[in-house]
Design a protein around this ligand. Structure first.
Ligand code: GLC
Length: 573
């Protein structure tokens, strides 16, 4: 959807009121960095990343200016859905290491002031989990652990629900002579949260990891936690591009974001808050994953008055779901920022996300030349910044053939190119040695992109040469300086192609001016910073390849930007 309404072009968006750092907790201004462990760093050279690799790279997080590292799932799993199918919540997956490795990671991370967040996958288990096997056997203690239902008279599934990964959300069990629900692949049976024993068991998992010292959880796939009790059919969405196999063929009024689902998040928030109150130390935090509209997203934070709290933050996916270089413009950036900030009750903390393991990487999706501009945007917007591993040095999607692909959601040739998530999951490109420094030469689980020969972190470590990584480092450092100040934020799309963001701290202003270079906008454009009287601005940072020099002085009332050029300006007035 394009939101190119003209009236938006020059609207001043007054976004945040003063935030006093004294009251801020560690996570409120944090940079959260997602590690995709299987592709991160493979120390034992078995083709899969490991916890030893994350430990080895701790200095990189520190250097990058990261506050919290979120690890995609590391618990025992047959890896049908890359670890999002857990067969034992209490054991670390062999290929990643052991609980001792996790403890060492937590200890060493804490020594250098970095928090460790684990991915928690509560909606479903693996079909190899013993709870499911007991449940399928109809064992009294476990028979209601999952969502089971009888076939219709003709043997067909109990209703029309469709899996996120296409096709019916129901799978027949010969053993139990019933269908079970799976919102994702059939190897991911859906837990039944109407069963208090399931709720208790999952709380025990949280406490187990809190006791090991983790600083919080990213909670996976929360919209699907609870479904309609009566299992009613969902109505058609009439989405013109959806086939009857596709999840968005239906409107998910009975399977997504049910009232009981919010209650669960609120219960888990109480659990982590109580844990912190009893054990001391910094807040343990929850971040939740919900691709939903604004009305259904915001209550995951808690009630509007803050009397009941939910996640510390729920990912802001609007720059992923509603933003696309083929149809979007600078007005959409302003609109996304504005609508999010306006919908978010002021007691809660914003967050900005442009990439993760489920979506094409930023350079691939939004333009290779725009990586610095988008990193600047995410780091300068108020609140929390989220980075997917590799974004800090501009890693692009890798090249994966259908034969090499692993993503179960795209094991079908006709949708592989458009739906596979393998491309954004290829190993990290650390340097120009064998397998990009991911490991010592064993065949990686997904191929290393050939691009590593030109694009790798090692090439960007020289602090005296402007590179994507040096820009990222400077931005995270700037955030930390600004975190101690009270401020306000304004954003303008001053043309279809240029976005201007202004953070103001009394008479000091940090400004981003960024020309996207989309839709044939290949000409240089004269731009300005609205609502600034000053005639001088110092260029604090530029994108790689900009014609401006860092430290030079320009006139913020009128200056030129080339396509893909982005400048951070310091203005005092
Ligand atoms: C979340 C994860 C995704 C996974 C799905 C099922 O959306 O991010 O990778 O496939 O949940 O667990």
């Amino acid at each position: 959807m394009s939101w190119n309404s003209l009236w938006f072009s020059l609207v001043v968006l007054y976004l945040s009121s003063a935030v006093c750092s004294a009251k801020e907790e560690w996570w409120q201004h944090g940079v959260f960095y997602q590690v995709y462990p299987r592709s991160f760093r493979d120390v034992n050279n078995d083709g899969n990343g490991d916890l030893a690799g994350v430990i080895e790279k701790l200095p990189h997080f520190k250097d990058a200016g990261v506050d919290g590292v979120w690890l995609s799932p590391i618990m025992k799993s047959p890896q049908i859905d890359a670890g999002y199918d857990i067969s034992d919540y209490y054991t670390i997956e062999d290929m990643y290491g052991s609980v001792e490795d996790l403890k060492e990671l937590i200890r060493k991370a804490h020594e250098i002031g970095i928090k460790i967040i684990l991915d928690f996958v509560p909606n479903h288990t693996s079909n190899l989990h013993k709870w499911f096997q007991e449940s399928e056997d109809n064992n009294e203690d476990y028979k209601d652990y999952y969502v089971w239902a009888d076939a219709k008279g003709d043997g067909s599934p109990p209703n029309n629900w469709i899996s996120v990964f296409r096709g019916s959300a129901w799978e027949w069990s010969d053993k139990r002579q019933q269908y079970y629900l799976h919102h994702f692949v059939k190897e991911q049976p859906d837990l039944n949260y109407r069963n208090p024993k399931v709720r208790e068991d999952m709380k025990k998992v949280l406490v187990h990891y809190l006791d090991l010292g983790v600083d919080g959880f990213r909670i996976d796939a929360i919209p699907y936690l609870v479904e309609d009790k009566e299992l009613r059919d969902e109505p058609r969405s009439f989405n013109p591009s959806a086939t009857p196999m596709d999840n968005d063929y239906l409107e998910h009024i009975y399977t997504n974001n049910q009232p009981e689902t919010y209650d669960l998040i609120y219960e888990w928030r109480k659990l982590v808050d109580d844990y912190t109150a009893q054990n001391g130390g910094d807040a343990r935090i929850l971040m939740t994953e919900a691709y939903a509209d604004l009305d259904h997203t915001m209550p995951y934070y808690g009630t509007a008055d803050g009397s009941t709290k939910g996640a510390h933050f729920t990912f802001n996916f609007f720059f992923i779901s509603n933003f696309n270089k083929n149809i979007s413009t600078a007005h959409d950036i302003a609109r996304i920022v504005y609508t999010w900030q306006n919908a978010l009750p002021s007691i809660y903390t914003s967050n900005w996300v442009l990439g993760n393991h489920d979506n094409r990487r930023i350079p691939t999706r939004l333009g290779v030349e725009n990586i610095d501009g988008f990193n600047m945007l995410v780091q300068l917007l108020p609140g929390i910044a989220v980075t997917y591993n590799g974004e800090e040095f501009g890693q692009e999607d890798g090249e994966v053939t259908y034969e090499q692909g692993k993503d179960p959601s795209a094991r079908n040739r006709s949708i592989f190119e458009s739906a596979s998530r393998d491309f954004e999951r290829t190993p990290l490109q650390w340097n120009d040695s064998v397998n990009a420094g991911f490991n010592a030469g064993a065949e990686p689980w997904l191929p290393v992109s050939e691009k590593y020969k030109e694009l790798n972190l090692a090439y960007q470590l020289d602090e005296n040469v402007l590179s994507h990584f040096q820009i990222y480092r400077k931005l995270t450092r700037k955030r930390k300086e600004d975190a101690t100040k009270s401020g306000t934020t304004d954003i303008w799309a001053i043309s279809d192609d240029v976005i201007v963001l202004k953070r103001s701290y009394i008479n000091q202003h940090t400004v981003l001016a960024f020309k996207l270079g989309w839709h044939g906008n290949t000409e240089e454009e004269t731009v300005y910073v609205p609502s600034i009287k000053a005639k001088e601005a110092t260029v604090a940072l530029t994108n790689v390849g900009s014609s401006y020099e860092i430290g030079s002085v320009i006139n913020p009332q009128s200056f030129k930007l080339k396509p893909h050029e982005s400048l951070v300006l310091d203005i005092v007035c």
